[in-house]
Design a protein around this ligand. Structure first.
Ligand code: CP
Ligand code: NVA
Length: 301
């Protein structure tokens, strides 16, 4: 039997993604598929939402989370990543990992005999995309045919969101500075899943007709050295009231958080009436519960 890993959101088929979102919309307190079991959560980078939402989701499903940092295990130094994966597969029902280099996730997944979930890598953030889709479903209603815009860096969060939104039949519009947009490989991957995205360098053009406008920091974790250069490249890409006014009437503002007020978004937008960022953060819990419940059931098939 093949183990199902979720290193990117398109590791799920569209109908599986829909099922995860359906489970995410169910209130907690139902089945406890993790009763008497544990989930290992590995972190190489800081986290507020991902750590807490994952731990609480495990508890809500009847299990116990075991969170640990890279320096505690010395992956690749104290022992090989494959040994860590094989050993932890004997303890835990699922492994989650937040890593600098996506290839470490691939190494873990290649050796693990339980599902491995990407809790953010340099390439993707599929758990965030699940929460983003759930939040948009709650605010926009039907996702199919709705327009979602991304303004800023086509980073880990943007990539997973674009993939997930395309899988759900959404129209994706991306406004990125030259050199910070999707690669040809990204565009091919998106085109294989649904309608290809509209890509522009003009934020107001991308958000026209959009029911949800997303952004994220200009320099992600691990890119601190590029912060100044990026701040220059992203001039004109701040989501302010003018950009939000160019979106569809009633459009919501979304951000995975943490947000840098005055950089990628103004305080008036992120703290204003169009912002759903706190509901979006809370949905990290519900979507994680949905994903884990589906993965655990899938592993028992
Ligand atoms: N959005 C998100 O992943 O937040 P954390 O980095 O705090 O986990
Ligand atoms: N793009 C950001 C997301 C943080 C949740 C980062 O990788 O730092």
């Amino acid at each position: 039997m093949t183990v199902r890993h979720v290193l990117e959101i398109d590791d799920l088929r569209a109908e599986e993604l829909d099922e995860v979102l359906r489970r995410a919309a169910e209130p907690p307190g139902g089945d406890r598929p993790l009763a008497g079991r544990t989930v290992g959560l590995y972190f190489e980078k800081p986290s507020l939402r991902t750590r807490h939402s994952s731990e609480v989701a495990v508890v809500q499903l009847g299990g116990h989370p075991v969170t640990f940092r890279r320096e505690e295990v010395g992956s690749g130094e104290r022992e090989p990543v494959a040994d860590i994966a094989r050993v932890l597969s004997g303890y835990h029902a699922v492994l989650g990992a937040r890593v600098f280099d996506h290839r470490l996730l691939e190494e873990l997944a290649a050796a693990a005999t339980v599902p491995v979930v990407n809790l953010l890598s340099d390439r993707g953030h599929p758990c965030q995309a699940l929460a983003d889709l759930l939040t948009m479903r709650q605010h926009l209603g039907e996702l199919e045919g709705a327009t979602v815009a991304w303004v800023g860096d086509f980073n880990n969060v943007a990539r997973s969101l674009a993939l997930g939104a395309t899988m759900m039949g959404m129209k994706v519009r991306l406004a990125c500075p030259p050199g910070y947009g999707p690669t040809d490989e990204d565009l091919d991957r998106l085109a294989a899943l649904g309608a290809p995205p509209v890509v522009t360098t003009r934020p107001t053009e991308a958000v026209a007709g959009a029911a949800a406008v997303h952004t994220d920091v200009w320099a992600s974790m691990g890119q601190e050295d590029e912060a100044e250069e990026r701040a220059r490249a992203f001039e004109g890409f701040q989501v302010d009231d003018r950009v939000m006014d160019a979106a569809a009437p009633g459009a919501v503002f979304m951000h995975c958080l943490p947000a840098h007020r005055g950089e990628e978004v103004t305080a008036s937008v992120v703290d204003g009436p169009r912002s759903v960022v706190i509901a979006q953060a809370h949905n990290r819990l519900h979507s994680m519960r949905g994903l884990l419940s589906w993965l655990v059931e899938e592993a028992q098939r």
